[in-house]
Design a protein around this ligand. Structure first.
Ligand code: AMP
Length: 543
């Protein structure tokens, strides 16, 4: 027997129209370097979204077309967040930190029809503009008062000003694509994740529950997680759903900028990767005048949050860190670590041990751990296995990428590539990673890509790149290189770095190159990086 509840589509249109009716007095703001915060109301925001939607339509974009953004966090970027999906177009947030090669691949693969670019980032796109086959228009946003619109590009502000606002939105299906994000894979090109309206909608409800981030109208949210990284953890969408005050970090926000905004604007929620908080802490340590105690929740994740950091922010700065785990393929939320009511009486150290875990799976998502032989492991806090997930905001396949099918099990679970144990209370503790990637300051470096690039060097026999722990960036790459016998002792670190420089993004360059006799191999002849990781466990990269 079927129930009798309306089959009402879960789309962003509902969030937007509701917010415009009831939250029009609320505000959004963007940090403009040297000029303070530029503010406007949700009413202004909604008007400009309607204009931008109309402008995109006038440029010939249709339902399903990809609208690429290449931008810092800003209210304009936030306008595209809704303007594209409300028209049935797909918001594709391109990661500004990638190499020219990856950018070209991603934009062509996604077949972006327009690119909306911050003026201050134009220099990164200009060199590859001619290779972007599908891009018909480049629209430039002036992210400072002195910014110029390059020749051949359209002026974002002029487009918005000239357009007649959309009055009626097209009818959308909740399974229509709303957003798109590429993520690095262990091998090959980055892979596209295509978010649906329904997935984002449900994720917003999930992240707003009190035991998750508890986002609400009273929150003042500062967006530091890049809007090109898993939709800034989807928080901007939830911000509109809840009518929260939203502040965008603007171009290249530095730790001091973040502290200043938190202090001045009494920010209540600000998420970021541990690297950012480590840098913030270093400033707070020296400058006691800053007060960040308005923060009620720091969603922290992307890499493991150190227990000492969680404790320090609690005790010294009165700011509660909430450890979370997730990934681009999960929109991104998977687990959050809230200690249960019945653990309040535990000794302090034990409570912090719990809080340093990745936490328990959030309502809506299923999780299991599976060993290498495919056996589901018990939740006993000891057995380990790969985390597999499924749920209404978990990707069901990579965009136009048949090889990506290997990341899904036959019975419909997504294989995360993270290895963990889960205790009897459901708390996850990540212990390892099967994906051969390095996470530096919250962004991925592909060790395999870098190895291939190094092995292209005519004097190199083989090379393996491994992650070594780093105080500031959490992980940095260490290149272990075997020279061809005839070049033994005649190959230098500089040779390798000079060779890599034009081939990879600058921040990918290994902190150090060590020369070894051979890369250890497994029984089937693959590089055995476990052995190398063990060998260089205590390695301290050069300062
Ligand atoms: P991304 O898709 O770039 O957001 O990266 C997701 C990956 O980051 C996960 O699969 C993990 O490997 C890692 N990650 C995210 N959050 C955490 C966390 N709290 N602790 C450890 N690793 C994490």
């Amino acid at each position: 027997m079927k129930g009798l509840i309306m089959d009402y589509p879960l789309t962003l249109t509902q969030f937007f129209e509701r917010a415009r009716k009831i939250f029009h007095r609320k505000t959004m703001a963007t940090r403009v370097p040297g000029e303070g915060l530029q503010r406007y109301t949700y009413a202004d925001y909604a008007d400009r979204v309607c204009r931008l939607s109309a402008a995109l339509n006038r440029l010939g974009l249709k339902k399903g077309d990809r609208v690429g953004t290449f931008a810092w966090n800003s209210h304009r970027h936030m306008e595209v967040y809704f303007a594209a999906p409300l028209m049935g177009m797909v918001l594709h947030t391109v990661n500004i930190r990638l190499s020219a090669q990856d950018l070209t691949y991603i934009i062509n693969h996604a077949e972006d029809r327009v690119l909306i670019v911050d003026a201050s980032l134009w220099h990164l796109l200009e060199p590859i503009r001619k290779d972007l086959k599908s891009v018909k228009h480049v629209i430039v946003m002036r992210d400072s008062s002195t910014a110029e619109i390059p020749a051949g590009a359209l002026d974002y502000e002029a487009l918005v000003a000239d357009a007649k606002p959309v009055e009626t939105w097209p009818k959308l299906d909740e399974t229509d694509a709303a957003g798109m994000c590429y993520t690095s894979g262990t091998t090959g090109h980055p892979k596209g994740v295509l978010y649906t309206h329904r997935g984002i909608y449900l994720h917003c409800f999930g992240s707003s529950t009190v035991d998750v981030f508890g986002l609400c109208e009273r929150d003042v949210i500062l967006h530091i997680v890049p809007m090109f990284h898993a939709n800034a953890w989807c928080v901007p969408f939830a911000g509109v759903m809840n009518g929260s005050t939203q502040i965008f970090g603007g171009p290249n926000p530095q730790p001091r900028d973040i502290i200043e905004i938190v202090h001045n604007e009494r920010v209540t929620v600000v998420g970021a990767v541990p690297t950012v908080w480590i840098a913030i802490q270093a400033i707070l340590e020296k400058e006691p005048q800053w007060d960040i105690s308005s923060i009620r929740c720091i969603p922290i994740g992307g890499s493991a949050a150190p227990k000492s950091l969680i404790k320090l922010f609690d005790k010294k700065y009165g700011a509660y860190m909430l450890h979370a785990w997730g990934m681009t393929e999960m929109s991104p939320l998977g687990t959050v670590c809230r200690p249960r009511s019945y653990t309040d009486s535990l000794p302090e150290e034990e409570r912090y041990n719990i809080r340093a875990k990745q936490g328990a799976i959030v309502a809506g998502v299923d999780m299991r751990i599976v060993d290498e032989g495919g056996t589901v492991q018990p939740w006993d806090g000891k057995s380990v296995g790969e985390i597999q997930v499924r749920g209404p905001w978990v990707t069901s396949g990579y965009y136009n990428n048949p090889a990506g099918a290997a990341q899904f099990t036959k019975d419909g679970w997504f294989r995360t590539g993270d290895v963990a144990s889960i205790d009897s209370e459901g708390y996850v503790q990540i212990t390892d990673r099967t994906k051969d990637l390095i996470k530096s300051g919250g962004e991925w470096i592909s060790s395999v890509d870098m190895e291939t690039a190094i092995m292209d060097h005519p004097k190199v026999l083989e090379a393996a790149v491994i992650a070594v722990p780093h105080e500031r960036w959490q992980e940095r790459p260490l290149a272990c290189v075997v020279p061809k016998p005839e070049f033994k002792d005649r190959l230098t670190e500089k040779d390798i770095l000079d060779h890599l420089t034009p081939r990879v993004a600058k921040w990918w360059l290994p902190d150090e190159v060590v020369f070894i006799d051979a890369v250890p191999k497994t029984s089937v002849g693959k590089f055995d990086k476990k052995v190398l990781r063990e060998r260089f466990k205590g390695w301290k990269p050069k300062a």
